[in-house]
Design a protein around this ligand. Structure first.
Ligand code: HEM
Length: 419
């Protein structure tokens, strides 16, 4: 029967995503098996799992994300790979891996640190940073890998400013994020345990160094308060263990997502010169354009939930304990919701993409992320006349983050004559 693991396209294998979003496979799933069984074989040294349901239509993705009573973030946490059961209590300290009503307490506490005024103030610094980074790339002849010269630093430094991490420690944050996010990628060989098995990068053993750092930073902020998120958290009622986990969540959630969205959006513009011109000549509204770029390049490819009781989704019986994985990349291209979904249309409205999720866990940093992207595109528009690819981009091997590892381009200064 269509929908059984043997006859449906595989969207689990992280290596597939190194060639870009597998649109054909997602389309086949949406049309023929919108809730489809996926096998989870051993890949790249990571052990086999029990398999899961892949949810690919927009309506079903939204339904799963909104119904946390049926589709839990807590039971098996939120990554496709099952965590070691011994690590589960630890992983569940993070609000990402909690369900309402418990989740609401942490969410309310930390939301207070994300005041709109504070976020807006960081906009000015982000603009200065974008201008400097892009200016250096253009001045250097304009042939550049935008990931290396602009977008990686832009995302990381904006986040460390917001958190209040001193400049000298920024490399640490970068290394920790890479370890957690790029663990399926051959450029980031896994840390092995005594038996030669890869160690889960989200396990307590792998996070001890980051947690010790979070405590030291919190102690420093209590002595030297500043207008930043770590000062707010360090002086809030968060327990030490909650504060460590929140530092970890922000470091990963706030860095790699923007680090993917920034080059992903620029790649889409390079591939669509007409839309690029429309944006850069001011014929498209920037906020609308940023959302369309997030739709076609969703930084997060998937998130996992676990069925809390027997249920049914799109006619498929789901058993209590089954893993249910929603694919944002597929929902954003569902032709039932988005007319001509593979067309980049920077004026697209409405645009109910799910790149920031939905339901109780909808992204807490969405405002900050949109602001950074808006500023980056505004500064690109001012600094250059056009953006062209000079080679193929390199993408991350991951079924979780839609990462771009390099983006070779030519940036033409406004006055430069054509080559
Ligand atoms: C374009 C950039 C971003 C994208 C696409 C994105 C995407 C997401 C998604 C899909 C979720 C939902 C997770 C789930 O359903 O379980 C989420 C949650 C979250 N995001 Fe973002 N994110 C971005 C940027 C940021 C930034 C810049 C920050 C912080 C500075 C941030 C902080 C968070 C936090 C704290 C959560 C957890 C919310 C909760 O569990 O209640 N994100 N994000």
């Amino acid at each position: 029967m269509v929908g059984d693991a043997s006859d449906v396209p595989d969207v689990f294998d992280p290596r597939i995503y190194a060639a870009g979003i597998p649109h054909d496979r997602f389309r086949a799933l949406r049309d023929l098996a919108p809730v489809a069984r996926q096998e989870e074989p051993e890949i790249l040294g990571w052990p086999a799992g029990p398999g899961f349901w892949a949810v690919t239509r927009h309506a079903d993705v939204v339904r799963v994300l909104k119904d946390s009573g049926t589709y839990s973030s807590c039971l098996g946490a939120t990554q496709i790979r099952d965590p070691d059961p011994a690590d589960l209590p630890f992983i569940r300290r993070m609000m990402l891996n909690q369900d309402p009503p418990l989740h609401g307490r942490l969410r309310r506490l930390v939301s207070r640190a994300f005041t709109p005024g504070r976020i807006e103030r960081f906009g000015a610094t982000a603009r200065e940073r974008a201008r400097t980074l892009i200016g250096a790339a253009v001045a250097d002849g304009g042939e550049t890998d935008l990931v290396r010269t602009v977008t990686d630093d832009y995302a990381l430094l904006n986040l460390t400013d917001l958190l209040g991490v001193p400049a000298s420690d920024r490399g640490l944050l970068h290394a920790w994020t890479e370890r957690v996010i790029a663990y399926q990628d051959p450029d980031e060989p896994p840390v092995l345990d005594a038996e030669g098995r890869p160690v889960n990068p989200r396990s307590p053993a792998m996070l001890a160094e980051m947690f010790a750092y979070a405590q030291d930073l919190a102690a420093y902020k209590r002595e030297h308060p500043a207008d930043d998120i770590m000062t707010s958290l360090a002086t809030s009622e968060l327990a030490d263990a909650e504060l460590e986990m929140f530092f970890f969540l922000l470091t990963v959630a706030g860095n790699d997502t923007v680090r993917s969205a920034a080059p992903g959006g620029l790649l889409a513009l390079a591939e669509h010169p007409d839309e690029q011109r429309r944006l850069w000549t001011g014929q498209a509204v920037m906020d609308t354009a940023v959302d369309e770029l997030l739709r076609v390049h969703p930084p997060v490819l998937s998130f996992r939930r676990t069925a809390a009781h027997d249920t049914e989704l799109a006619g498929r019986p789901i058993r209590r304990g089954d893993k249910v994985v929603v694919f944002h990349a597929s929902a954003n291209h569902d032709e039932r919701v988005f007319p001509d979904p593979h067309r980049l249309d920077l004026g697209r409205t409405p645009n109910p993409h799910v790149s920031f999720g939905d339901g109780p866990h909808v992204c807490l940093g969405a405002h900050f992320a949109r602001l950074q992207l808006r500023v980056l595109h505004e500064e690109m528009r001012l600094a250059c006349d056009s953006l062209e690819l000079t080679g193929p981009p390199r993408r991350l091997v991951s079924n979780f983050i839609n990462g771009v590892k390099s983006l070779p381009v030519r940036l033409r200064e406004p006055s430069a004559p054509p080559a």
